[in-house]
Design a protein around this ligand. Structure first.
Ligand code: PLP
Length: 368
């Protein structure tokens, strides 16, 4: 026990993010970043903000990030959102952190799937919130009828991570209806990769005052380095988040982030082009991996979750690493034989397939 540490810090087990290697020649398929650059309009807006000798950087940013909230409301104009239904933060991880404190701490366990984004239990331990896990079925699907227990809130990633599986909108509607007294949080980090038309639960927030949707610009907008996340829900839920934010950091988004994010969100054409390219590459890569003998889960996200019946996942991970390709392997029950592979450019996907073929030859154990 370190006498200088606050006692509660001793038991924290922090989240471990995927590796960010210093080498630039690595084929990096481990943290679900977008392989394409961000919108040119976002870059132009950031450059503009930097202009005039940086005079504007002298000044604090808008604590309410009003221009970004307005851009988000306009992007979802079909759903009639007001800026009072939108909360923004320094990455969706920060938005989630404020959600745990503001909306999920009721003295009852919150419910999450047994296999999901591994940051959720970390927030529970940080804030002293009990967390109960509900098993996914054998095919890694969420069944909302399993979420019947009394709870202090329900949190689902949709599409789920790291499985990539999608829960239909009607099921989220049913879940929100079944638990009118619980906050239902849907983390839609990957929803832009979930189909021709994006099946977002933002469509349902007008109907359910207990429904909160979390989004990030890190994946679909290729802005993981700028750190922007947001939440959409009823104005009363958003007000609780603003209270926590204004008791924590008045300026979570800097000037470059606010202006770049607003421009990125407004460039719907660029999002459409890049998300379609990634979905197309995903279908191609899924087929190639299946040809190599992998069991590939159907994915609605910008990654593939797959296992090979004849190859140990930890060894495959290392063999790929030796060939300059990094993917993600989770040493966790039920999924320790799976790899999560981010969809890269077509050239990166080719490099992955070539490496898998090479591993097969070297070991002389047929991969297919
Ligand atoms: C990547 C990811 C996040 C974090 O996104 P940031 O906005 O970069 O903090 C949140 N939830 C899920 C499920 C993710 O995969």
């Amino acid at each position: 026990m370190n006498p200088f540490w606050s006692p509660s810090i001793h038991h924290l087990i922090p989240y471990i993010p995927g590796e960010q290697p210093a080498r630039v020649d690595i084929v990096k398929l481990n943290t679900n970043e977008n392989p394409y650059p961000p919108s040119p309009l976002a870059l132009a807006a950031i450059q503009e903000e930097l202009g005039s000798g940086g005079a504007r950087l002298r000044l604090y940013p808008d604590p309410d990030a009003k221009s970004l909230k307005t851009a988000i409301a306009a992007h979802f104009s079909g759903f009639g959102l007001t800026t009072g239904q939108i909360f923004v933060g320094n990455g969706s991880d920060e938005v989630l952190a404020h959600i745990f404190l503001a909306l999920l701490k009721h003295g009852l366990p919150i419910l999450i799937p047994d296999i999901t984004y591994s940051f959720y239990p970390v927030y529970c331990s940080l804030y002293g919130i009990a967390c109960a896990t509900v098993p996914l079925d054998e095919e890694f699907r969420i069944n909302i009828d399993d979420y019947r227990h009394e709870n202090g809130g329900i949190l689902l990633a949709n599409p789920n991570a790291p499985t990539g599986r999608l829960l239909p909108l009607e099921e989220i509607d049913r879940l929100a209806k079944q638990h009118p007294r619980s906050v239902i949080v849907i983390d839609e980090a990957y929803i832009d990769f979930a189909g021709e038309t994006v099946p977002t639960a933002i469509a349902l927030v007008g109907r359910h005052p207990n429904l909160l949707i979390v989004r990030t610009l890190s994946k679909s907008h290729a802005l993981a380095g700028l750190r922007i996340g947001y939440a959409v829900g009823g104005a009363e839920l958003i007000e609780a988040l603003e209270r926590v934010k204004n008791s924590f950091n008045s300026y979570p988004l800097d000037r470059l982030a606010i202006t770049g994010a607003a421009a990125a969100v407004s460039d719907a054409a660029y999002l459409e082009k890049t998300r379609r390219a990634i979905m197309k590459s995903r279908e191609t890569l899924s087929g190639r991996l299946a040809d190599l003998g992998f069991d590939v889960l159907p994915s609605a996200s910008n990654f593939i979750f797959a296992r090979h019946p004849q190859h140990d996942a930890a060894r495959l991970f290392l063999a790929l690493r030796e060939r300059g390709i990094i993917v993600r392997h989770f040493r966790q029950p039920r999924i320790d034989q799976h790899l999560r592979i981010t969809i890269g450019t077509d050239a990166q996907c080719e490099a992955l397939v070539d490496a898998l073929q090479d591993i097969n030859t070297k070991k002389q154990t047929p991969i297919a």
